[in-house]
Design a protein around this ligand. Sequence first.
Ligand code: NI
Length: 173
Amino acid sequence: MIREVLRMGDPRLLRVAQPVTTFGTSQLAALLQDMRDTMAQLDGAGLAAPQIGIDLRVVIFGGALNPRYPDAPAVPDTVLINPQLVPLSEEETSGWEGCLSVPGLRGWVPRWEHLRYGGMDESGRHFERTVDGFHARVVQHECDHLDGVLYPMRVRDFRRFGFVEELTDDQTP
Ligand code: NI
């Protein structure tokens, strides 16, 4: 079922979400299906449960070819629950981000370039990945939602924050 995505300003987006404690339940399966349906409908690269008003540490992301990020490399379709993120170096890379909770806008956001992340899949099995670049960016963006952080809070240069239709190529270094 396609769910309404909360927009920035809704206080539910600012909560620190609760860990999932029970796996393999019909409630969790239904939540993930709603998240997939909603993300697909809106062509998102990822979605966090708090964005549909669910106070749990659940994110999904992925998509081989995303029309909203046409130049981005493929990221495997992933369910990540109770995630833990560890940067593997001090190196940061900046890139454009958008968010389904901040429609119509883009911002230039620094993220860790090299990242290890782990967590549970929907059946409660632990997994870990070492990633970089766009994959690392997507994970950091989605997991930020679980701590009540939206990407505009990460923007350092507000000359590079604005409406998609107004931002020009020469603002991209
Ligand atoms: Ni987002």
